[in-house]
Design a binder for this molecule. Sequence first.
Ligand code: ADP
Ligand code: MG
Length: 547
Amino acid sequence: KPHVQEFEYKAEMKQLLNLIVHSLYTHPEVFLRELISNASDALSKARFAQLTDGAESGGELKISISVDKEKKSFVIEDNGIGMSEEDLIANLGTVAKSGTLGFLQAMKEQKEGGKLDANLIGQFGVGFYSVFMVTDEVVVETKIEGADACRWRSSGEGTYSIEKIDKQHRGTRISFTLKDEAADFAEEYRIESVIRKYSNFVDFPIYLDDKKVNSVEALWQKPKSELNDDEVNEFYKFVSVDYQDPLDYLHVSVEGAVSFKALLFLPKEAPMDMMYQQGALENHGPQLYAHKVMIQHECKDLLPEYLRFISGVVDTEDLSLNVSRETVQSSPVMSKIRQILTSKILGWFDTLADEQPEKFRQFYKAFGPVIKIGLNTDFSNREKLIELLRFESTRTEEGQYVTLKEYVGRMAEDQKEIYYLSGESRRQVLSQPNLEYFQKKGIEVLLLTDPVDVFVIPSINEYDSKPLKSIEKADIDFAASDDEKKEDEAVSATLIETLLKVFGDTLGDRVEKVVESHRLVNSPATLVSGSDAMDSQVEKMLKMMNK
Ligand code: ADP
Ligand code: MG
């Protein structure tokens, strides 16, 4: 009798499984996408191993699904890389990735918000477990080259078992009996429609009871004129694990010093982790293909960090398949591709701004804060990036933007500088007394409310030979108009002097100096920074960080 070992799931895992089984019933078909995508990953790894170190081919690389309506049985099999016993424990038995906890957190938030979306599951690296939406017990039989095959079995209740088995060929076979309410997944038409919906672009053939059901084509290899929006949108959902259509896409075909094709996407929304997790951009970026074979999943060397929210595929003929990760990184081919892509992408944004301003606005709202990182890191594209900047101002409606170009274009002739003021929100900035003078004079002031602004905007220094200046600074020249001079004469010079002395004595060294100013209209006094001082918003943030 073969030896069967019992294992206990970790605590978080029990929580996760419980959630999947009892709360996630909105999109049960997601299980199929997840199992196919795992099979496809395993096949990619096998293909890669074959091409690079001459591993055995094991016949045509493919995914086979077979079902039995009467028995309600479901089997999905691949001849991919397979798993060893250790792999099984690490991949299907523990909280292998931080993804599990992230997923639980997101689920909790969604539940509180009143909606649960099973689509989320694939984004957190816990896709396999979605199988428990449609079955009570799963059997995984798997073999890697050069090791014994194993059978893993679990009912998702708290334990799983592993035993050695006889299995001749490399790959993985997952089998289970469908729950009554999921019995329709034993119907071919149902499976076929789910594959069309989610998995049409898997680049291995999928056979359903020995008939091929997917199309297997490299969409990015088609000429741009032959692409249609529907298939491109489906492809996006497939490569990016997003469930919405992309905001826009770009097809690139370059031939010359380097040759490559690319199909790149702009998501509608920033992924949840984009700005708020340290190093979050590490795990984003398009897929890198060489000669139509995927060689890296999220290739961060293809794009500068500030563009890494762009997903899609880049396929080049100029890298050999057996390049290691390190060689990819340092390859001159990569730096050329990166340079060309960056410039094409910035051009794409620019065209969007011109031709589809509403789309651009949506894009800027989601990714503006990331793009701004580029101002301080990509000096060769700095000018282009500056043109992409958008600001709310004292002349825009809330949520509407002005460019530096527009600002300068509508400046009065005697205005020599571009003015801005920073703060936490539009409302908070608009309530600052420092604005009064500018409002009264009708001078437009840019409102910097993105926390990143104060770190990048001051570094621009000038635009179109006009210095950028915070109106908090003390050295702004506020000329008094004749009317105001008359009003001022009502207050005698000695009175002003006495008043300044009282202020000065009372405040002591808490201020640098006390001066008479024309910058105020309704408020009696205001605090400004010295000309070399830090922006008050930066100061606030630094204080917060030191806490
Ligand atoms: P993810 O695919 O995001 O890593 P999953 O929960 O879908 O998360 O799968 C967990 C892991 O289990 C995979 O990363 C892979 O290592 C392993 N795995 C799952 N299915 C297969 C398969 N068919 N062949 C080989 N390994 C697999
Ligand atoms: Mg998966």
